[in-house]
Design a protein around this ligand. Structure first.
Ligand code: COA
Length: 695
């Protein structure tokens, strides 16, 4: 895998004699990127291109080849990969387009199969190429190089990567590597995360994702989580809207999946999710250059009240601590401002600020151990000039060093750009707008806060697998996609989910007997495998208080249900104890094509859709995941005692773990829905459970 970034020898397959062709451009870029290794050309029609010796096939190359970069028309790629395999090449980057992204899925599969057979890792196809600034190498067809630095950028979109090359150069943002992964037929984000985690030169991994492949989600999540413990992972996931999802499908041929699930998975992975490219790189820059924030408060240092307030708003909104400064520090800062300045926090040096006073105040806050991080905002004015502002910051940093995050924003005309770039080169993440600076600082805080969190113990419930399997097997044998209510209760019970007391009754007399045992009041529900929502069709009677009522209710339920859904099979009824109302929560799960089982928890009852208060996580879950799910919702606040006694959160957490385990253990279950679950001060009971099977 490392050969993808750090090859010692390369063969460019399709090294064209025509300088305008991609193969020729790649060769030229490799030669001019300062690559120190051996380069070969492969072209059956040429013996030499750009001074590089060419061979008819990879098999004819005399020396070893670490990496083959392939730029021949798609239909020739399988044969080229086969030859690479025979040559012993272990890494192949396929630049060529014309695969899955245009519907040529079989051709892509063929390439991957040949590669697998030979133990080759394939990057691409459909990529712009790779830059690694340490090797250094540029084996893309773009003749520009990024600035060296410590951000690794992985992108499914080649065009985006290319345009960002210039954008980031302008701003002084440097990279350890840029990897275009295109259709990601083999090497994906997860593989690269595992690689870059070990790379000391990469301090931040930034990823642009359109969609992961079928069933790949969990691996990505695990690698991102593992990486997040040592360096930040920032993800821009495109495709929040349906229209975008459609566009993605036709772009890289990948499966976009539900945005809500990505959102949950990224949280679970402790990755930072950026909302725009600007955020992605702003945050990456701040995280690449900043150390961990110190213990004390963050400080905003400015000469304009308005910008100070704006930055404070952003920081507050993102949970960054902004406390008044200690009195003695305030006293020391007063030396650098007129009497009408403010030394509280934001520290306002006022319009009288000079380069010297900015420098002096900055040295004070950088030095004070009670300050955890510093954000400086200055607007361009006549005095001091942007250059002088920049100098003041650099000089303070030179004197004190950077043991805590320092983020600078200078707002003004074109002159500011150069100053910001110089600040970045001096190791200070700097931005034009105060909001960008504040958002970047908040990202630094968020990363380091979450990094310290435990990954948590697994939350598993070892249920009675044999019992659940028997019930599920029977339903499947009958070709059903829905379990009856009683079957659902039994499966739930097998996985330790507390359910309402119930009994199956094939006829009225058995129902009456069961009701006597359970004790009135009871509820009746038609036992059918064909209708999930029985209330809507008169299949349920609630709050039956006596045998007389039961007999009447039985007759009515049967009659109305049969009239409404005459085709539905009826096996009898279930008699259930009427439970006193508790707080209504729900726990559900479904199978996501990308991430696998996804578990949800939230405010339950009939208003679920209206309230929309829920959280999701990808199973397998840890205890911390479940805790986070509860924390994220309003329902969680009620459970923990909002204007009332605390309810049995532990009982509910166990149900979440049970549902997750059930989904993990039985691939054939497509979804589970326990709603409502009555949660009491002591205990929780699922009043209704639905289990759906894959079609
Ligand atoms: N092995 C080695 N060389 C071969 C070959 C083989 N099996 N088959 C052909 N070649 C040589 C050709 O002789 C030619 O060299 P020449 O010009 O000296 O004769 C060279 O390889 C290129 O082949 P050609 O048929 O001219 O293709 P091309 O350069 O027009 O296009 C691609 C090839 C890969 C660039 C093109 O198919 C493609 O996919 N373009 C899109 C790339 C892209 O956009 N990627 C994604 C970015 S996000």
């Amino acid at each position: 895998m490392w050969a993808i970034l750090r090859p010692n020898s390369i063969a460019v397959v399709g090294a064209s004699r025509d300088p305008s062709k991609i193969g020729s451009r790649i060769l030229r870029n490799i030669l001019s990127s300062g690559f120190q290794g051996v380069v070969y050309g492969v072209n059956p029609n040429a013996s030499e291109v750009l001074g590089v010796r060419c061979y008819p096939s990879v098999l004819d190359v005399p020396g070893a080849v670490d990496l083959a970069v392939v730029a021949v028309p798609a239909r020739f790629v399988p044969q080229v990969v086969e030859e690479c395999g025979r040559k012993g090449v272990k890494a192949v980057a396929v630049i060529s387009s014309g695969f899955k992204e245009v519907g040529n899925t079989d051709l892509e599969k063929e390439v991957v199969e040949i590669a697998k057979k030979h133990g080759i890792r394939i990057l691409g196809p459909n990529i712009v190429g790779v830059w690694d600034t340490r090797t250094p190498i540029n084996y893309s067809f773009i003749d520009a190089n990024p600035l060296p630095g410590s951000v690794a950028f992985i992108s499914q979109s080649g065009a985006l990567m290319t345009s960002l090359l210039w954008w980031t150069r302008e701003r002084g943002i440097g990279f350890s590597c840029l990897v275009s992964i295109g259709n990601r037929a083999d090497v994906g984000e997860a593989d690269l995360l595992a690689l870059l985690r070990e790379d000391p030169r990469t301090k931040v991994v930034a990823i642009y994702i359109e969609g992961l492949g079928l069933g790949e989600g969990r691996k990505f999540l695990d690698e991102a989580l593992e990486t997040s413990t040592v360096k930040p992972v920032i993800v821009l996931k495109a495709g929040r809207s349906e229209a975008a999802v459609e566009a993605i499908r036709s772009h890289t041929g990948s499966l976009a999946g539900s945005d809500e699930v990505y959102e949950a998975a990224l949280k679970q992975a402790r990755a930072l999710r950026a909302a725009s490219l600007r955020e992605l790189f702003n945050w990456a820059l701040a995280l690449a250059l900043s150390p961990e924030p110190g213990e004390g408060t963050a400080v905003i240092l400015t000469h304009g009240g308005g910008a100070g307030v704006m930055a404070a708003d952003v920081l507050n909104g993102m949970g960054v601590p902004l406390a008044p400064l200690p009195q003695d520090l305030q006293e020391r800062l007063r030396k650098f401002m007129p009497p009408f300045g403010s030394a509280r926090n934001p520290v306002d040096l006022t319009g009288m600020m000079t380069a010297e006073s900015l420098r002096g105040a900055l040295v004070e806050v950088l030095r004070d151990p009670r300050v955890g991080a510093v954000l400086v905002w200055a607007g361009q004015g006549a005095i001091p000039t942007p250059e002088e502002l920049g100098e003041a910051v650099v000089s303070a940093v030179r004197e004190v060093g950077l043991a805590k995050p320092l983020i600078v924003s200078i707002t003004g005309g074109g002159e500011c750009r150069e100053v910001l770039k110089r600040l970045i080169q001096a190791g200070v993440p700097s931005y034009e707008s105060p909001e960008d600076a504040a958002s970047a600082l908040a990202a630094v805080y968020r990363y380091y806060r979450r990094r310290g969190e435990r990954k948590g113990e697994p939350a598993r419930v070892e249920g009675d697998r044999a019992r659940a399997k028997e019930i599920l097997g029977r339903a499947r044998a009958e070709g059903r996609v829905l379990l009856t209510p009683v079957e659902s209760f039994e499966v739930a019970r097998a996985y330790e989910i507390p359910v309402v007391e119930y009994a199956f009754a094939p006829d009225l007399e058995t129902a009456a007997k069961a009701a006597r045992v359970i004790g009135y009041p009871v509820a009746l529900a038609v036992e059918t495998p064909d209708v999930a929502h029985k209330t809507d069709v008169g299949g349920i009677a609630l709050n039956i208080k006596s045998e007389e009522e039961l007999r009447a209710a039985y007759a009515k339920v049967m009659e109305v249900f049969a009239r409404n859904v005459p085709k539905a099979r009826v096996f009898g009824v279930s008699v259930r104890k009427m439970m006193p109302r508790g707080f209504e929560a729900f726990v559900g799960a479904r199978r996501d094509p990308v991430f696998g089982p996804v578990v949800s928890f939230g405010w339950g009852g009939v208003m679920v859709e209206l309230v929309r208060d829920f959280s999701l996580r990808v199973a397998p879950l840890t205890q911390d995941d479940i805790e986070d799910m509860i924390e994220e919702t309003k329902a969680g606040k009620v459970l923990k005692g909002y204007r009332g006694p605390p309810l049995d959160v532990e009982a509910l957490k166990n149900i979440v773990a049970s549902v997750a385990s059930l989904m993990e253990d039985f691939e054939e279950i497509s979804s589970v829905d326990a709603n409502p679950i009555f949660v009491y001060e002591k205990g929780a009971v699922a009043v209704d459970v639905k289990v759906y099977l894959k079609a």
